[in-house]
Design a protein around this ligand. Sequence first.
Ligand code: FES
Ligand SMILES: [Fe+2]
Length: 455
Amino acid sequence: MNPTRTLTGQPGPYAQDVFANDRNPAPEVMRLEAPALDLGDEDVSIDRYISRGWHEREVEKVWRKTWQLACRVEEIPSVGDHVLYEIVNDSLIVVRSSPTEIKAYINACLHRGTQLRKTGGSVKQFRCPFHGWTWNLEGRLTDLPGAWDFPHVDQKKACLPEAKVGVWAGFVFVNFDPDCEPLESYLEILPDHFRAFALEDRYKAVHVAKVMPCNWKLALEAFNETYHVHYVHPQVLSYNDDKNTQYDVWPGVRHVSRMISLQGIVSPSLPNISPETTIAHIRRDAPFFAGKPIEVPPGGSARGALADRAREKLSRSTGRDMSKVSDTEAVDLIEYLLFPNMMPWGGYSLPLCYRFRPYGDDHERCIMEIMFLFAKNPDGSHPEPAAIHWLGEDEPWSNATELGSAAMLVDQDTDNLMRIQRGLRATRKPGVTLSRYQESRVRHFNQTLDAYMSA
Ligand code: FES
Ligand SMILES: [Fe+2]
């Protein structure tokens, strides 16, 4: 038994024991369980959620130092295609500058500072709308109207300043720090873990964004544990084992953590649920399992029957043979965090990716985005990647019907987030208290944050 469990007394059955009884065995990466790690039990200071000074330091120490998800490669397939990546007051034009290269330019004219692009799109060059200074896709100044009047500007040197760019698994990352560590080492164990999930073979099919009434870290942290599920999402307890989630924080790994939340298994807090009820309830909430009836064969389990249905559906929707997909990848919620603000999911049941960041310069509101990454066609073709569907600040996530079952859950979380932000302003307690195991990812995230803030 993993000593972590001895420490915390999770009721069981544990994720790894469930996997051992699954019909299709879990891949190696899902059989990994981080060893018990003593991250301490100190309260986490609340100034990080409410203080303006913290936010301003965070810009310098986190947003201008870390690798951040800017877009997907399939959003900028042709030379000249670009998106904007905006973080607090910083803005980058992330552009495909050649068939094999992506660049990220600071989105400001070198004459008098005008924003070069207001939106993404496709261009042959970047022409400033104010006096027409123009840069090519390589970032070189190619036209300076009335150049005779600027003998003091060296046109060869007036290139658009760049941020670093890296690509992994079809995601484009940017980093403002010219001396940053390479993306490859920053990602730590993530590429190894995602080899099985091959996100480079997916495309962004859904993208919904909404301004949330809280600091970005509060929103992010709400998706790092299932300790809150009992009170916030009680409807899922008949098919989601909230009490036996596996939380992985690996020794020496700074930027990545994981949780595996078991589906098709009843929460120990509801002792008398039949497999039929489990199936009926997940079908009620998750359109993925809708359709013709799902029978539990004699001696079978709800989890097994759901995994079979998932494999069947995945084979149909992808045009590939998905009959070998493991039960855990077919039904469980497999969520990773990449510091600071990206949460890519593994497996197939909810092929999600979340991103969180401050809403402009407002540290008490944030932008939360939910993306779905669906499999490309077997020949590599795919529909147009989704444009961002922006919800109004007072609009519920469930207005975005493309989110399916994820929307109701996030709406339930959203109600709490405003209350947390307000509560933290009112409290006299200097820190928030975290559990040792179930909130270990929240603690680990904050310890990494503290390390960056004090660097
Ligand atoms: S500000 Fe851009 S050309 Fe003048
Ligand atoms: Fe939640």
